[in-house]
Write a protein that binds this ligand. Structure first.
Ligand code: DLL
Length: 438
């Protein structure tokens, strides 16, 4: 049993031990932020809080939230708590608008990140003897190097293939005997399609057994497709540049949520509208306070990611709280003719149709007063040979299913296999052409 944990002491600590440990770190972190960053000193002062006011974990709720715009406004180094000389690596995520979000790491931050990635990979069954095909992008994006550092800490063999050149990726997986695939879930689907086209049977021709997928929302149905098409067990892994990159939480082989490494992160779930803290089991926005970060510390960082926290112990023996699969981002939520729709709801419907491939796009436009909502979905090779009448029936069934979930009746456009552009990194599923129109 001990063999399933990378760090048994922390992964199975009692809740009491964990909370005590968190409180100690929280007190130190608030004091550290207050003393070392003008940003937090001002924030805490204007909220009338001094570090000595933090006496319990609940006292964290007195601290104002930090939001993405705070990071953008203080770009690039305004929130550093150490001299730049102590920063040994910098990553960034592009975001959608304005300045990128920068993650700056001290040596200590790098050690913690590698430890958490090793712990995460280990929880999914990765061991020293594994060969890891790492198709996350290397560079400013935290995916490539985050997995790299974790794999090296375990002592596995890492293939830093990065994104792109899909045919070569398949050849390398075959020739080098890769046992673990790490990439975005949308790229895993793309790889599976490409293998199919080239006549490569992953079950016969490859040694893959584990997949570590994250960096974008994906659904249970995508998991089923990936597991089925690649013959592997697929794990969900979560993280963000602001906190370290991947390695904040991961699924174990029970697949009932992602264990948040609570000895390094204090997690809260809030109502995104009111900011009120919600109890376990309720859906809301994830808020994290990294407890061990030193270069770029954050207090109560609002992620905009929507999830649910469960606190009861998992059958794997790990005691840390679990976050359920990310439902979407609060800023991803689409308002279509006044109705709130998450792209994940559409994905759920599309993935339920075996007649469709796993590629789709949501297109929103407003040529006149009303929103026009179109779902473009790709047919499989087989169904692309259907008659127009069969396709019309299929369209009606898809429209009905979307209507059952959202109350909206989109235009369904069915396109030939391969017509929707593929991405090697995060998928772009929504095309919103409405901005600036009426
Ligand atoms: O995407 C870090 C990462 C790399 C995680 C590789 C997992 C694997 P950012 O580019 O800063 O960092 O984007 C972070 O991506 O706030 C979520 O909205 C989304 N995201 C990350 N992991 C998941 C996941 C990396 N497992 C943003 N499920 C986050 C759903 C995810 N969304």
């Amino acid at each position: 049993m001990a063999d399933i944990y990378w760090n048994k002491k922390f992964e199975t600590a009692t809740t009491d031990e964990l909370r005590k440990h968190q409180l100690q770190l929280l007190k130190e972190k608030v004091k550290f932020c207050y003393e070392n960053t003008a940003f937090y000193r001002n924030r805490l002062k204007s909220a009338g809080i001094s570090p000595s006011d933090i006496k319990t974990l609940e006292d964290a709720q007195k601290i104002p939230f930090t939001v993405k715009d705070d990071l953008r406004d203080n770009y690039p180094f305004g929130m550093l708590a150490v001299h730049l000389d102590n920063i040994v690596e910098i990553h960034a995520s592009s975001g959608t608008t304005g300045n990128p979000i920068v993650g700056a790491y001290t040596t200590n931050d790098m050690d913690v990140w590698a430890e958490l990635m090793a712990r995460s990979l280990y929880a999914t069954g990765v061991r020293r003897q594994d060969v890891i095909h790492n198709a996350y992008g290397y560079g400013l994006f935290t995916g490539g190097l985050g997995f790299h550092y974790g794999a090296q800490k375990i002592g596995s063999t890492i293939i830093p293939v990065s994104g792109g050149m899909t045919q070569r990726q398949i050849k390398l997986m075959k020739d080098l005997g890769s046992t673990v695939l790490c990439c975005t879930p949308s790229y895993a689907i793309y790889l599976a399609e490409a293998m199919n086209k080239e006549g490569v049977d992953p079950r016969k021709d490859l040694k893959l057994k584990i997949g570590n997928f994250g960096a974008e929302p994906w659904s249970e149905r995508i998991r089923e497709r990936i597991e089925n098409d690649l013959g592997i067990e697929a794990f969900d892994i979560y993280g963000l540049t602001e906190l370290c990159g991947p390695g904040v939480s991961v699924e174990c082989n029970k697949h009932n949520g992602l264990h948040i490494w609570e000895d390094h992160f204090l997690v809260e779930i809030i109502d995104p509208k009111t900011g009120d803290v919600l109890p376990a089991g309720e859906e809301g926005e994830l808020v994290f306070t990294p407890l061990t970060k030193t270069g770029f510390p954050l207090l109560r960082f609002r992620t905009r990611d929507i999830s649910v926290i469960e606190t009861e112990k998992c059958d794997c023996g790990r005691t840390h709280s679990r976050m359920m699969r990310i439902r979407g981002r609060s800023d991803d939520m689409l308002i279509i003719r006044g109705v709130n729709v998450f792209p994940s709801q559409i994905e759920y419907v599309i993935m339920g149709f075996p007649e469709l491939a796993a590629q789709y796009q949501i297109i929103l436009d407003r040529p006149e007063a009303l929103d026009v909502f179109t779902i473009k979905a790709e047919l499989t090779e087989q169904t692309s040979k259907s008659t127009q009448e069969e396709l019309n029936v299929l369209k009606r069934r898809i429209r009905q299913k979307v209507n059952n979930i959202t109350g909206l009746s989109p235009i369904i456009e069915l396109v030939k296999p391969g017509e929707i552009p593929r991405t090697v990194g995060k998928a772009k599923r929504v095309l919103d052409l409405r901005s600036g129109k009426i």
